[in-house]
Design a protein around this ligand. Structure first.
Ligand code: GNR
Ligand code: NI
Length: 180
């Protein structure tokens, strides 16, 4: 097998922060400079996202306070990587959809979340060019989940207080057990 040097150099997995890490509560800063440093961050985020079998990743989840989201809704086979820089939602539908969500920052937790069914995403690509796309189904859910991260929110903030407090109790108990 041939392995090129560039493959070795660019391969870099980042650590994913886990809830209730306070760094997940910070709002991320808009990207203003579209340079090689940003491209490297995006590459490392894709490596990290694919490695963790996630369909989306917000930079804040790897401790980088920038409004950058990587996404690939296809699964692992034929990759379709998409980057959203400084994503914003317009045309948010009043119709609601329910999807069972999970999060790489809250492993082992899956809960149904209600969100607007369709949204228009306004964002920039890796070079800073603006684009807009209409989203429904999993794309609409996933981009809302990721923009929440950029605003310091996680999906269990959007479920009932009772369910959330049960999850908080479970996570507290597990981290206590792991510390022993
Ligand atoms: O991998 C992920 N799957 C997922 C499933 C349903 C709704 C949202 C998501 S995003 C999640 C990866 C993640 O934590 N992104 O922030
Ligand atoms: Ni998440």
């Amino acid at each position: 097998m041939e392995v090129s040097i560039s493959t070795i150099i660019t391969y870099m997995l980042l650590d994913i922060l886990h809830y209730p890490d306070e760094r997940l509560r910070n709002a991320a800063k808009p990207v203003e400079i579209f340079d090689d440093k940003l491209k490297k961050i995006v590459e490392d985020m894709f490596e990290t996202m694919y490695n963790a079998h996630g369909i989306g990743l917000a930079a804040i989840q790897v401790g980088i306070s920038l409004r950058v989201v990587t996404m690939d809704l296809t699964g692992q086979d034929k990759q379709q990587p998409v980057v959203f820089v400084n994503p914003m939602l317009t045309n948010i539908s009043s119709e609601i959809n329910v999807y069972e969500e999970g999060c790489l920052s809250i492993p082992g937790v899956n809960e149904k979340v209600e969100r607007p069914k369709t949204v228009t995403i306004n964002a920039q690509d890796i070079n800073g060019n603006h684009f807009a796309i209409d989203a429904d189904e999993l794309l609409a859910t996933c981009i809302q989940h990721e923009i929440d991260h950029l605003d310091g929110k996680v999906f269990i903030d959007r479920i009932s207080r009772l369910k959330k407090s049960r999850i908080d109790d479970k996570i507290r108990k597990e981290s206590k057990e792991n510390a022993e």
